[in-house]
Structure formats: structure tokens, C-alpha cells
Design a binder for this molecule. Structure first.
Ligand code: MRU
Length: 356
């Protein structure tokens, strides 16, 4: 048994895809229909869909949608190029597009349309199963903590690496759901994750699943660790380099530093599709800058329950906005994957073991 959100993050409906529009959460549940390549590219770029595995699967459906009326080589190349340009950091996007290319390019044009939908469906189903496996692997860690001390297992996470970021129960949150379902008492510290506040998405889905949690300001993470209120930190990642350096939502690095200073275990939970073995270390991971507006303004609900945006900083304020940071491998206790939990140094061995 595993947790699934009541509204799927992404599903196929005939020759279109339906997405849960995450720019409207946690205030409104709105489903959008993607009918064209442009719809899909916009949904990824504007973060209506977000989270590394979900971005990858959405792009795969984008290829299928793009080929509906023209499956020529030129159209395929255009679709792959358009979707690859939407967001740079999450390697799952590029992995999914490479998989679609490898599947479709050798086929006759007439066969590509049906094959594209089948491949996108397969990526979607595989991610769901992978999340469940990550949950079971990570459950062992939470089970050990529960066995060592009374009271709830206190997990800190960052951003949203839950069901909303995937096609299943998430990556970092999959062990949390597995523990909750198996009767282990858990409590999740959810950091708000400025500037996009993906922590609100995490709080939304934990609330939906009935998992106890508290929202904290990003800057409160250190004091909670220092006070002894945290047992373990688990986050997701958008790209893990071959040496284990991991890119995740900006602020992850600071949590890893604080965890190390307080002697706490810091884990990254990822599908193996997030590991980029062609990327030697974190310095080679492209970091997206999403522009000053996200830093200078904030979105919330008005007194009349209308979603609205407020400007925080004065117009013209310089506000660099790196959306991700790199947590060096030396700060990572372990990487939870669907194939097992390994230290960063053992990633390559795990790859060899699972591909032979
Ligand atoms: O910018 P986002 O919201 O797409 O970033 C998402 C993250 O950083 C997640 O932690 C990561 O993709 C892991 S998702 C399972």
C-alpha cells in the first residue's frame, strides 16, 4: 500500500494530458488539459508541473502530443529541442527526452505516434513503481530511528519531493508515507522554501494524507536541529553527479551543513534516473536562475480568498535567484534509491550491479 494524491499530478486523456496545476496550490485544485507542444512546454517552464520525475514524464507526453499530426524527423527534433529548453537543472527531463528519441527515431514515421504514447505511459508507470521502492528502502532508516527512541520520528525535508513532484508517492516523502502507513509515528518539519514556497505544496499533500507536520521558515532549520528536535533530514534532488554531489532546491546545502554540524544524518532520495553518470561533479550541473520577480514578490490568498501576488521589494531591486544549489557529496550520509541505499562513493558500484 502506498500514498497517492486524490488528484493525479499527470494522466493521459485520449490524445491530451491532464495535469494538476501546481501554481494554484495549495489554494485551489485546478486540472489543466495540455493539447499542444506549446501547452506542455509552457506548463513545465511556468512550473504548473514541477519536480524532477514529473517534469520528465510530462515532457514524454509532450513528445507524444507534438507528433499527433506530424511524426516526421523534423517535427520530432523540434519537439525534443523545445522541451529540452524549458528547464535546465533536472536531469530527468533530459533523460526522458533521450529515451523518447532512442525509442522513436529508428521507427518508421507511421509507427511513431502510437509508440510515443506507449513510451510515455511506460515512463509514468515506472516512476510510480520506483517511488514505492524508494519508500520501502527509506522505511528501514525510519524504522531504525523509531526503534531507538520513544516518540515520533522527526524528519526534516526541503522543497517538495513528494507525490506532487512525481507520478507516485514521491522520493523524499515516500519513506515518510511508508512509515506512516506501517504505523510508525512520524512528524515532518516542512521548510517553506522561498522564493517559490514549494514547502506549501509539501504541507498540502501531508495534510491530505493525514501525516503530522509543521511548517517552518527556512531560517528556522538550524535552531531546530541544534535543539535536538530533528532525527534525520531527507530531501530529493534534481541531478546527482557521478561523485554524489547533488543539486536540489536552493537552501538544501544550508540544511546539509547544519545537519553535519549537529551530527544528524542527511539523506538524498532519488530514482536512479536522477543520477547523471556523465556529469563528473557538482560544478558541471547547470543551475537555473529564475529571475528577480520570484524573490521580489510573494503569492498568497487575499482576505476574499482570491489568489494574489504582492510586491515585497522596491521596484528595480537587484535580486539574483539561483533556483538550486549543490550539496557536496561529503555532506551526504547516503543516497536512497529504488535499488538500495548507498554512500555517494558507492553510486557507480550500484550502477554496475544493477545494469549487469
Ligand atoms: O523547481 P522545482 O519545484 O521543480 O524543484 C523541485 C525540487 O528541487 C525537488 O526537490 C526535486 O525535483 C526532487 S522531486 C522528487
Amino acid at each position: 500500500m502506498t500514498y497517492m494524491p486524490s488528484t493525479p499530478t499527470l494522466c493521459r486523456d485520449g490524445d491530451t494530458a491532464l495535469i494538476l496545476d501546481q501554481t494554484q496550490l495549495p489554494y485551489r485544485t485546478e486540472v489543466r488539459r495540455l493539447r499542444t507542444l506549446d501547452d506542455v512546454a509552457t506548463a513545465i517552464r511556468t512550473m504548473q508541473v514541477r519536480g524532477a520525475p514529473l517534469i520528465g514524464a510530462t515532457a514524454a507526453y509532450g513528445v507524444a502530443i507534438a507528433l499527433l499530426d506530424d511524426a516526421s524527423n523534423a517535427r520530432l527534433a523540434h519537439a525534443l529541442e523545445t522541451l529540452a529548453a524549458t528547464r535546465p537543472t533536472a536531469v530527468n527531463l533530459h533523460w526522458a527526452l533521450a529515451r523518447m528519441r532512442a525509442k522513436l527515431q529508428p521507427l518508421a514515421v507511421a509507427q511513431r505516434r502510437a509508440a510515443a504514447w506507449l513510451e510515455a505511459d511506460a515512463i509514468r508507470a515506472e516512476d510510480c513503481a520506483t517511488c514505492t521502492a524508494i519508500g520501502q528502502r527509506g522505511l528501514a532508516l525510519l524504522h531504525d530511528i523509531a526503534a531507538r527512541r520513544p516518540g515520533p520520528v522527526r524528519i526534516m525535508t526541503h522543497c517538495n519531493a513528494g507525490a506532487l513532484a512525481t507520478l507516485g508517492s514521491g522520493t523524499a516523502l515516500a519513506p515518510v508515507y511508508a512509515a506512516h502507513i506501517s504505523g510508525i509515528d512520524v512528524h515532518v518539519w516542512v521548510s517553506e522554501t522561498r522564493p517559490r514556497n514549494q514547502g506549501l505544496l509539501t504541507a498540502w499533500e501531508l495534510r491530505e494524507a493525514g501525516v503530522p507536520h509543521s511548517l517552518i521558515a527556512d531560517n528556522a532549520a538550524g535552531i531546530l536541529m541544534a535543539r535536538g528536535d530533528v532525527d534525520i533530514v531527507i530531501t530529493g534532488a534534481d541531478r546527482v553527479a557521478a561523485n554524489g554531489d547533488s543539486a536540489n532546491k536552493v537552501g538544501t546545502y544550508l540544511k546539509a551543513l547544519a545537519a553535519r554540524d549537529n551530527g544528524l544524518p542527511f539523506y538524498i532520495a532519488v530514482p536512479l534516473t536522477t543520477v547523471d553518470f556523465d556529469c563528473p561533479d557538482g560544478t558541471r550541473i547547470p543551475i537555473e536562475d529564475r529571475g528577480a520577480d520570484e524573490v521580489c514578490s510573494i503569492t498568497g490568498l487575499s482576505a476574499h480568498d482570491q489568489t494574489m501576488s504582492l510586491r515585497l521589494a522596491l521596484a528595480g531591486t537587484s535580486a539574483p535567484n539561483p533556483a538550486f544549489d549543490i550539496t557536496p557529496a561529503r555532506l551526504i550520509t547516503g543516497i536512497i534509491t529504488e535499488q538500495g541505499i548507498v554512500t555517494p562513493a558507492r553510486l557507480r558500484e550500484l550502477q554496475r550491479e544493477t545494469t549487469t
